[in-house]
Design a protein around this ligand. Structure first.
Ligand code: ADP
Ligand code: MG
Length: 356
């Protein structure tokens, strides 16, 4: 009981929250007890806190392995916001120059750093492994852990090297976290990470604050969308389209109608993309028109609507994309525009793809 009170105090002190969400507390206790832990929790469920909080109260540095550079930067900024010490969280990835890397290393050696985010390809670099061998590691967190499995939807070969590298750096408990994992992928994650006995925490995937609606897609769809946005003025939203061309066209149409919108897709260069992301987070932009390249790891808690201009390619993808709305527990409107023509196009497209 004493420990329980303590954790709630820690939660309040660093993160400003009064209560834990879902099973966060049990997960954190399991990790603090030194056990391997497996967390299956929907997007927006609060997975980050399951490793951020323990990292602050445990001795040593927690290593967080995460696939996207943009995602790391957001998380490090958020952690710095919670602490008075900027060195409390750092990331190591290919975007850092030599002097930035030296700063990271010196903060770690001086005991300032509690959380170190690394991309798997940086973790496998020999000089980083050598450096980390001499650092006390509190635990390893593997975020987006489904990336380790070939059966998952976002396989990253570098994730396979995590276990051998951990063996080189030094043993510590492992916490694996994901929002998407079938039984097969869950088994794969545990096997490849070498945590067969990890305790599993599976939370409900029901998101009662999300409101789902399907509308007929007509020739007036642009007008319908403009009307919807104007009816929700000042709120943040994302509109997903299947093609880059459509993304650009629609963003222009919205702008021409006085809506503060911006396009986002993988064909834009990375500095333009991160500028759009930053502007969205800082609310200089209300609406992002994007391909599905936008979203993974975007931690904007108050996205109030997600519109699908085109039907999504899979139900799982649709769940992920709409899951970006209402992460703070507040309202999230999810509107999908349906047309038979789109469905036929998608069917044809899916047929042409060999199934894996
Ligand atoms: P996930 O990684 O599971 O998608 P995040 O870790 O990004 O989710 O958290 C989603 C949102 O929930 C964030 O805005 C975070 O600040 C918030 N959150 C996390 N834990 C709590 C809590 N105990 N109380 C209130 N809000 C929380
Ligand atoms: Mg997350």
């Amino acid at each position: 009981m004493a420990e329980k009170l303590n954790l709630t105090d820690t939660l309040k002190k660093y993160f400003g929250f009064d209560t834990f969400k879902g099973e966060q507390e049990q997960i954190i206790c399991n990790l603090l007890d030194g056990n391997d832990t497996f967390v299956l929790m929907p997007t927006g469920g609060g997975k980050s806190l399951c490793y951020q909080l323990p990292s602050l109260v445990m001795e040593g540095v927690a290593i967080v392995i995460s696939p996207l550079i943009a995602l790391m930067k957001n998380q490090v900024d958020a952690m710095r916001h919670y602490s008075e010490e900027d060195g409390v969280a750092h990331f190591l990835n290919s975007s850092l120059n030599k002097s930035a890397i030296d700063q990271v290393k010196s903060d770690i050696l001086n005991g300032k750093t509690k959380l170190l985010y690394v991309a798997p390809e940086s973790l496998t670099k020999e000089e980083n492994v050598e450096f980390l061998k001499n650092v006390k590691i509190s635990f390893y967190a593997v975020d987006e852990a489904h990336c380790i499995s070939e059966w998952g939807h976002d396989f990253r070969p570098e994730y396979r090297r995590i276990r051998p590298i951990i063996n080189m750096i030094g043993q510590a408990p492992i916490i694996a976290l994901t929002a998407t994992a079938t039984q097969k992928v869950r088994e794969d994650i545990k096997k490849i990470l070498g945590i067969p006995d990890a305790k599993e925490f599976k939370s409900s995937f029901n998101r009662p604050n999300l409101y789902y609606e399907v509308r007929r897609k007509t020739n007036d769809i642009d007008k319908d969308i403009i009307k919807f946005i104007k009816g929700n003025s000042g709120k943040s939203g994302i509109i997903y389209c299947l093609s880059r061309k459509k993304v650009e066209e629609l963003a222009e149409i919205l702008k021409a109608n006085g809506i503060n919108a911006s396009a986002y897709h993988a064909g834009m260069d990375s500095s333009a993309r991160s500028a759009v992301q930053d502007d969205f987070i800082k609310e200089n932009i209300d609406v992002i028109v994007a391909t599905i390249a936008f979203g993974m790891g975007i931690d904007k808690p108050d996205v109030r609507f997600v519109i699908h201009y085109d039907m999504p390619k899979s139900l799982e993808g649709y769940y992920q994309e709409t899951g970006r709305a209402g992460r703070d527990g507040g309202e999230g409107q999810c509107v999908a525009f349906y047309s038979n023509k789109d469905m036929q196009k998608l069917r044809k497209f899916m047929h042409g793809k060999t199934r894996v």
